[in-house]
Design a protein around this ligand. Structure first.
Ligand code: NAP
Length: 246
């Protein structure tokens, strides 16, 4: 073996040199998601209806889901903007991206029962496992680490991301509020999936999706809602979050 061989291969494998050669991709260069159908499981609740309203108003095709199709249809006609309603299974089947907006108590059971319909879909979990007592809200500790990791464990054939945890359903649903002044922390394992969710968040005026790590870090993001609830109670607010310097 010659010394040139070994030094050449070392140079080829030097990640610092490779990075210097390849032009870095602009992290704000996000895909066009306007053609994707977005479904919302539990889309009859405030969070699901609020997200459906904002996304549909921005031009996205949205289907709200429910355990009962007639409740979903009623919610859809209330929201307007072309939103349709279906049962949760039909919603999952017809959608490209499926937002999970059911309460933590029903999270595992709901996803387990929809494993087949959710296969191949991008599932976006926004569920915050919280408890409430005399002192206010506090974070629960799911066995899998977080709601998002529970989703990933239950849905091996889906792509799971997590986002939209810190939004105020009151502001989302308020037709007088033109812009939702907040960043959305987006977590996931695959960059392409994270970017789809970032782009969806970015369709809502005022909102920006920011990559915030892998699913193993979802627990902190879900838990932070307990802090935001404390902020909201003290200041009579509907607080959002901004990540500065990005
Ligand atoms: N509210 C917020 O401001 C907010 C903000 C960020 C994130 N989130 C998260 O978003 C999720 C939804 O919040 P929400 O306030 O909209 O909740 P919600 O009103 O309590 O529930 C949403 C919908 O889920 C369905 N549901 C209720 N119990 C269920 C169960 N055991 N199994 C399956 N489905 C059930 C109901 O629809 P059907 O009866 O029609 O099936 C209900 O309308 C929560 O996990 C929450 O942590 C909420």
């Amino acid at each position: 073996m010659t010394s040139t061989d070994s030094s050449d291969s070392a140079a080829q494998k030097d990640p610092a040199k490779d990075a210097a050669k390849a032009p870095a991709k602009d992290p704000w260069d996000l895909p066009d998601v306007s053609g994707l159908v977005v479904g919302v499981l539990g889309g009859t609740g405030p969070q699901g209806k609020g997200l459906a309203y904002r996304l549909a108003k921005a031009g996205q095709k949205v289907i709200v889901g429910s355990r009962a199709a007639e409740r979903a249809e009623a919610a859809a006609s209330e929201i307007g903007h072309g939103v349709e309603g279906a049962d949760n299974a039909g919603t999952a089947r017809r959608s490209d991206v499926v937002i999970v907006a059911v309460p933590w108590e029903g999270h595992g059971k709901t996803l387990e029962s929809l494993r087949e319909e959710l296969a191949g879909k991008l599932v976006v979990d926004c569920v915050n496992p919280l408890g409430f007592d005399k002192k206010g809200a506090y974070a629960l500790k799911p066995e899998e680490g977080s709601a998002a990791e529970q989703a990933a464990a239950l849905l091996p054939d889906s792509r799971v991301a997590a986002a939209f945890h810190h939004l105020s359903a009151v502001l989302l649903q308020d037709p007088e509020t033109d812009e939702i002044d907040t960043d959305v922390m987006v977590l996931g394992e695959e960059r392409a999936d994270v970017e789809i969710v970032q782009a969806l968040a970015g369709r809502i005026p005022g909102m920006r999706g920011v990559f915030s790590g892998r699913l193993r870090n979802a627990h902190q993001v879900e838990s932070l809602v307990a802090n935001l609830i404390s902020v909201n109670r003290r200041y009579k607010a509907h607080a959002g979050l901004r990540v500065t310097d990005v």
